[in-house]
Design a protein around this ligand. Structure first.
Ligand SMILES: Cc1cc2nc3c(=O)[nH]c(=O)nc-3n(C[C@H](O)[C@H](O)[C@H](O)COP(=O)(O)OP(=O)(O)OC[C@H]3O[C@@H](n4cnc5c(N)ncnc54)[C@H](O)[C@@H]3O)c2cc1C
Length: 466
């Protein structure tokens, strides 16, 4: 028996002989009620029973430490491009991120394939995502950060020539570096390790953000804030109306992405994931429920990580696979779907399916809807327009949305949430925020033709002449 096989045997014996199996561990770690019935395990019910106070009134005097013309909250694919676009368009810009690196679900979530630069199937002649996202990919190419193989069938296009195919697999560490390089080159001020805990408000106008970090609680004022948190955290806390995902049906679940190393050279192709040499990023165990509920998220992490460990040990027992090992898991489970904010226009399923064009187009999504009525639904056109109005939340001023929380129904969400369209939307939101801040015009009243001109001057594909 090889070393690898011996190791696997030991691991499974330990699990068997151990008094505390996975269910038992969950019961102890999360509370028996939680594990058994999926109900809250910490909280108000217990407090009420024991007559403890139900609320705590906080009195906070928060120091305001800085002012920027544009503050971008969230450094995922959309936020990074938004910050670069805002700075390039002349705004003094700050990018805030809770993690110690940029890239969002592409790096922290280990989802290492940027999908949706063009339709996956014919018609796919139009590259719908260009501009700063294409510059970002060029930086990844320069760093040698493009993957060897991925599982998505697609037509050939030359990544290195800048003619981007449907999707691009990448090395997550190179993506972190490429993101840093882009924001530094553009003069974006960066603040990592900082949770945005809410907006600063003057009535219904967002005037800045409150962040919590090791430096304490700080206020940062801004002419315009871009909500790039993916979950629409700032918009929701500013009391912007939003659509919740469906409880069942098409709601997209969570998955824990992981990377294995030591894949033998005898195993050819992407091996179900995104491959670089002997390393493959794969989709791990899934979990349902609400991606905004911290108890559900805690359960999801524990459940999927325990399950994944067992899955990889089982893989190692297969003949010829002894060298495989669990190299890395995502920083956090990948949450696909949470809030979609109600904006001045809600992009509909019909818009996506029919390939609707809008006079106020600021980005295009050509990605399929990956689980539309349980099937991968390919668009039968080059892409549908994302109108500027779907980036502007109803009722709240001083705020622009970007990324997967923009205003759309679930079908178009499935398409535009992919990282290439999310970057294109970021480009639009960054330019819009800069124009708003510099010209002192509220986002709702911005002249869209001026915005489109600016985007086209930055090589964005809009299919319109202005
Ligand atoms: C399992 C899974 C598989 C997927 N597969 C693919 C795929 O194959 N290809 C593809 O293109 N897309 C895929 N997606 C979708 C895609 O990854 C996301 O929709 C996309 O990353 C959205 O970009 P974003 O910038 O809007 O949000 P995110 O990538 O979520 O970035 C948001 C950023 O904001 C930060 N943030 C959030 N809240 C706060 C806060 N309060 N304070 C400070 N920072 C905050 C986060 O840390 C993060 O960096 C997948 C998603 C999942 C979960």
């Amino acid at each position: 028996m090889s070393e690898g096989a011996k190791h696997s045997g030991k691991a499974s014996r330990t699990t068997k002989g151990c008094a505390m199996g996975r269910r038992e561990f969950l019961r102890v770690a999360l509370g028996s009620a939680a594990a058994a019935a999926g109900v809250p395990f910490v909280g108000q019910a217990a407090a009420a029973k024991e007559n403890r106070p139900q609320t705590y009134r906080e009195q906070l005097e928060t120091p305001i430490v800085a002012h920027y013309q544009v503050v971008v909250a969230g450094g995922g694919p959309s936020g990074v491009i938004a910050a670069v676009a805002a700075a390039r368009s002349g705004a003094d810009t700050l990018l805030i991120e809770r993690y110690p690196f940029l890239g969002g679900n592409g790096t922290a979530g280990l989802m290492t394939c940027y999908n949706g630069f063009r339709n996956q199937r014919p018609p796919e002649l139009l590259q719908t995502v260009k501009g700063i996202p294409a510059e970002y990919i060029a930086e990844l190419v320069r760093l040698g950060g493009i993957a060897d193989d991925d599982p998505y069938p697609k037509a050939e296009h030359g990544v290195t020539a800048g003619d981007l195919p449907y999707c691009i697999g990448f090395d997550p560490e190179a993506a972190k570096v490429a993101s840093f390089n882009l924001v530094r080159k553009e003069g974006v001020k960066l603040q990592l390790h900082s949770w945005v805990v809410g907006p600063m408000l003057d009535g219904s106008r967002v005037t800045g953000i409150i962040v919590e970090s090791k430096s304490g609680r700080q206020g940062i004022t801004a002419d315009i804030v871009i909500d790039a948190t993916g979950d629409g955290d700032i918009a929701a806390r500013a009391s912007a109306p939003f659509m919740k995902p469906a409880e069942k049906g098409d709601r997209m679940g969570m998955s824990l992405m992981y990377r294995i190393g030591g894949v033998p050279s005898s195993v050819k192709g992407p091996f179900g994931g995104i491959r670089i040499g002997d390393r493959v990023v794969r989709w791990g165990p899934g979990f349902g429920g609400d991606g905004l509920d911290v108890e559900n998220l805690t359960r999801a992490e524990v459940e999927t990580r325990l399950k994944l460990w067992e899955q990889v040990q089982a893989m190692r027992k297969k003949p010829g696979m002894e060298s495989v090992y669990l190299m890395q898991t995502a920083t956090g489970i990948g949450v696909r779907e949470t809030r979609r904010i109600l904006g001045e226009y809600v992009v509909t399923e019909e818009d996506a399916i029919k390939g609707k064009r809008f006079p106020d187009v600021v980005a295009i999504s050509s990605n399929p809807m990956p689980s539309y009525r349980r099937k991968r639904f390919f668009l039968a056109h080059e892409g549908f327009d994302i109108p500027y109005r779907s980036l502007v939340p109803k009722k709240i001023e001083g705020l622009i949305l970007t990324g997967r929380c923009i205003s759309c129904e679930q079908g178009p969400f499935q398409s535009a949430r992919s990282m290439a369209p999310a970057m294109a939307i970021g480009h639009a939101s960054g330019c819009a925020a800069a124009l708003s801040a510099i010209r002192k015009v509220p986002p709702r009243k911005l002249n869209v033709k001026t915005l489109q001109k600016l985007l086209i001057s930055q090589k964005v594909e809009l299919r319109v002449k202005v």
